[in-house]
Write a protein that binds this ligand. Structure first.
Ligand code: CUA
Length: 181
């Protein structure tokens, strides 16, 4: 029997399996198991896939929380649109609004500290991609997403929207500052 020609016997499923076929089935099976185990392994020990929580929320509620943080911890303004730069205390809850076509406000975090980063879209689907850290999550409207983040290297990071969100999708980028204590 070949893989291309039809089987010679009509009752082909009762023929013994060729050793080479058994070998391939075993290789595929072991590989499936390996990939299956890698999913939880990578979730726990990998650096890219953060466990996140999500809660239903509304743009009004979320904007109010972000605004309260900005009112309290704003340190300066940047860019032509005068976007506030916020330096919240270490260990606190920080809020980042995604909307057409902007991330608001700009965050300045301390190296080595842990924060709860809340993300929400006020309009439709955006993607939160932190470069060069390769952190990547979808930001759905209607849900407040919470990530535990611990920036461990000082520097300026880029936040890029990586879900197509309309005509100015390519301009939806911002900075995240990580500063030494
Ligand atoms: Cu927001 Cu693309």
């Amino acid at each position: 029997m070949s893989a291309i020609q039809p089987p010679e016997e009509r009752v082909w499923w009762k023929e013994p399996i060729a050793p080479i076929e058994i070998t391939w089935i075993l290789i595929a099976f072991v590989w499936c198991l390996f990939m299956f185990i890698m999913m939880p392994y990578w979730h726990i020990f990998g650096k890219q896939n953060l466990a996140n929580e999500a809660y239903r929320s509304t743009p009004e509620l979320f904007t109010a929380k972000a605004q309260a943080m900005v009112d309290k911890y704003k340190v300066r303004e940047e860019t032509e649109q005068a976007i506030p730069v916020v330096r919240p205390p270490a260990g606190s809850d920080v809020y980042l609004v995604a909307r057409l076509w902007q991330w608001w406000p700009l965050l300045e975090l301390e190296e080595g500290q842990t924060y709860r980063l809340h993300l929400m879209s006020l309009d439709w689907l955006h993607g939160f991609s932190l470069q060069p850290e390769n952190i990547n999550i979808q930001v759905h409207p209607g849900y407040e997403h919470i990530l535990q983040v611990q920036p461990n290297r000082a520097g300026t990071y880029s936040i890029i929207c990586n879900e197509y969100c309309g005509i100015n999708h390519h301009t939806m980028a911002a900075k995240l500052y990580v500063v030494k204590k």
